[in-house]
Design a protein around this ligand. Sequence first.
Ligand SMILES: [Zn+2]
Length: 96
Amino acid sequence: MAKDKILFYRNPQFSRCPSCKSIGTLHRSRSRNMFEQIVRKTSFIKVYRCKECGWRGFRSTLIFTKKSIRTLLIYILLMGITAYLAQYVILHYVMK
Ligand SMILES: [Zn+2]
């Protein structure tokens, strides 16, 4: 379970263009304004441009997998059970 990758790095340059559906036509685009610069610097979302059809927009370079979401939920559940057990032990054995 610990070996499961929660996040996968993906390079949008090798993914499909959302507009014309051609592969390998996306290129990193320069930020045109402050908003795009802030988004680019503070997140894993980058501005891309398709050289085939001229589409321009944000693409994420990180993706969550279905398996990783399940792994995350198991971790949260385990953490909840651990917290509950710790509280139970403290209330019944330590506080007496
Ligand atoms: Zn395109």
